[in-house]
Design a protein around this ligand. Structure first.
Ligand code: PEP
Ligand code: MN
Length: 338
């Protein structure tokens, strides 16, 4: 619930409310509205029980319930958009941020070549998996720490920021030493121990939508990270399972973008590569995502997609990638972004 205090009160009145809420098991987040102090209380379910008692405290203007199950992620809790800082860039601000690179880090040479292409396009964030969640236990599972070292080296060389996936709660500490942004993959969206572990680090988290997750389940997963202490969460739409996989690997749910913009304050990223599984569909859906209001894109790029060890059919080649970046820039301008 949110307790709206009357304007111009001293600390005493606020502390009375805070104490009442804390003794009832709530976590408190205080913020300043235009005129009023807002005390947001999260973690217990006692609105009906406490409303009257709180409104009887001097200085309380009104008490509003947060009716949705997600609290910290809701627009009601925080009206202004969350802007996440990564070095000298922001995600969720005016600039549309692209994160691009191969599905997997395959070798030092491969990563460096692609990093150079990404750098020259003007994009600021390099992606690449060192730990790969694969359907088959016999498939390539990534170069692990060696892959992280290559990513860090690529950052040194190019100045690009690094996003990479972490799959195992026991590896978060190590991955966080290399990465600028931690990625939680679709298959781990509801891996609750992992969500709670990434919450312990001062690193932005990109949380992908689960393969068959509802929007509410997805936001609740974000709520796990936020309620455990890390509010730097961005949501990534990457397509969901449906009945028709004849032409696409997944169904990219672009309606999720405006929906999430309305009900949460978190940055929204769209991944048309996994969302469609087909390189020809990546550019059109990337353009559509920016037009729908996405704050960023996650794009798989490969210099030799036919030889890629992972997700080759959805990787775009450098020339198409450069065209795409130019197109996205134009659409961003129409959307009054950069
Ligand atoms: C990836 O980004 O390479 C990946 C495995 O994505 P997802 O978790 O969306 O399948
Ligand atoms: Mn991939």
């Amino acid at each position: 619930m949110i307790v709206v205090m009357k304007p111009g009160l001293g600390e005493d009145a606020i502390q009375k409310v805070v104490k009442k809420l804390q003794t009832n098991g709530y976590q408190i987040y205080q913020s300043k509205g235009v005129n009023n102090v807002l005390i947001s209380a999260v973690g217990a379910d006692k609105y009906d029980y406490l409303k009257q008692a709180l409104e009887a405290i001097e200085g309380v203007e009104r008490v509003i319930p947060i009716k949705v199950p997600y609290k910290l992620a809701s627009r009601q809790f925080k009206q202004e958009d969350t802007v996440i800082k990564v070095g000298d860039i922001s995600i969720g601000g005016k600039q549309v941020q692209v994160m691009a690179g191969p599905c997997a880090v395959e070798s030092r040479e491969q990563l460096f070549e692609i990093a150079q292409i990404v750098k020259e396009s003007g994009v600021r964030i390099l992606r690449g998996g060192a730990y790969k969640p694969r359907t088959s236990p016999y498939a390539f599972h990534g170069l692990e720490e060696k892959g992280l070292e290559y990513l860090a080296e690529a950052r040194e060389k190019t100045g690009l920021y690094i996003i990479t996936e972490v799959m195992d709660p026991r590896k978060v500490e190590m991955v966080a030493q290399y990465a600028d942004i931690l990625q939680i993959g679709a298959r781990n969206m509801q891996n609750f121990p992992l969500l709670m572990e990434v919450a312990k680090y001062d690193k932005p988290v990109l949380l992908k939508r689960g393969l068959s997750s509802t929007i509410e389940e997805w936001i609740m997963a974000a709520e796990y990270i936020m309620s455990n202490g890390n509010s730097q969460v961005m949501l990534c739409e990457r397509g969901i399972r449906s009945f028709d996989d004849t032409f696409t690997r997944n169904i990219l749910d672009l309606s999720a973008v405006p929906i999430l913009k309305e009900i949460t304050h978190l940055p929204i990223i769209v991944d048309p590569s996994h969302g469609t599984g087909k390189w020809r569909l990546v550019a059109p859906m990337a353009r559509a995502a920016v037009a729908a209001g996405a704050d960023g894109l996650l794009i798989e790029v490969h210099n030799h997609p036919e030889e890629a060890v992972c997700d080759g059919p959805q990787c775009i080649k450098p020339r198409l990638f450069n065209n795409l970046i130019q197109e996205v820039k134009k659409i961003a301008t129409v959307m009054e972004r950069t």
